[in-house]
Design a protein around this ligand. Structure first.
Ligand code: B16
Ligand code: MG
Length: 211
């Protein structure tokens, strides 16, 4: 039925979402802006400067472009310190099995991550070779929820969007998949991932034959 499965990275293959959370929390609190898990949900799948803009909008002062770049850089340095300790043990349960199952079924594998650190994370996890194509921040102009990233992944695989299944944990990511014209598997809660065609609680429940 499908010819490829295109996976999100953060929150699907590995829990870098937690490291982003820790790094943004420290940054937000340094500016006197409260930060919690619920607000963090809105940042998932949103690129670095977009996330920063959402955080600073909750504060009371305005920032120059120079200040914003310095804050984004401070967050990224903290985030890079956190991911430097990652190992293949940090693959989410079921993620490797899902990648193996997709290739065993004769389908291609793709990765769609708006992170500028995507290749570092893939290398830390030891899974770069498991993807037939990777689209990261360097290849796109528009972050999720825009469909560009999933459309680019399909194009790089030489496939039409309808031949691809997308897998995402974020509201913005599911929107990107759906607006690209693909079927979406959400990983998380159905109340949050309302636009997903199927929702599974974790990658442990990923069954290619069910979609
Ligand atoms: P960076 P994904 C996204 O990755 C994260 O979900 C999001 O929280 C983060 O702000 C974004 O990458 C940018 O990351 O600061 O490393 O460039 O979910 O698309 O794999
Ligand atoms: Mg994600």
């Amino acid at each position: 039925k499908y010819q490829a499965v295109i996976f999100d990275l953060d929150g699907v293959i590995t829990d870098t979402a937690h490291y982003h959370y820790l790094a943004w929390k420290r940054l937000a609190e340094s500016q006197g802006i409260p930060f919690d898990e619920a607000f963090n949900e809105e940042l998932k799948g949103v690129d670095r400067m977009g996330s920063l803009a959402l955080i600073l909008a909750r504060g009371s002062r305005s920032y120059t472009q120079e200040e914003k770049l310095a804050l984004a850089d401070a967050k990224n340095r903290h985030y890079q310190e956190l991911i430097a300790t990652m190992t293949p043990q940090d693959l989410l349960p079921g993620a490797l099995e899902a990648l193996e199952a997709v290739r065993a079924a004769g389908l291609k594998t793709g990765l769609a991550s708006v992170s500028k650190n995507a290749f570092t994370v893939l290398d830390r996890l030891g899974i770069r070779e498991r993807f037939d194509t990777v689209v990261d921040a360097a290849r796109i102009a528009n972050s999720k929820p825009h469909p560009e990233i999933f459309l680019t992944a399909a194009a790089q695989l030489g496939l039409a969007p309808r031949d691809c299944l997308g897998v995402e944990d974020a509201v913005a990511g599911v929107a990107s998949i759906k607006d690209a014209g693909m079927v979406a598997v959400g990983v998380g809660s159905p109340e949050v991932l309302r636009r997903a065609d199927y929702v599974i609680p974790s990658m442990r429940e990923f069954r290619l034959g069910d979609y």
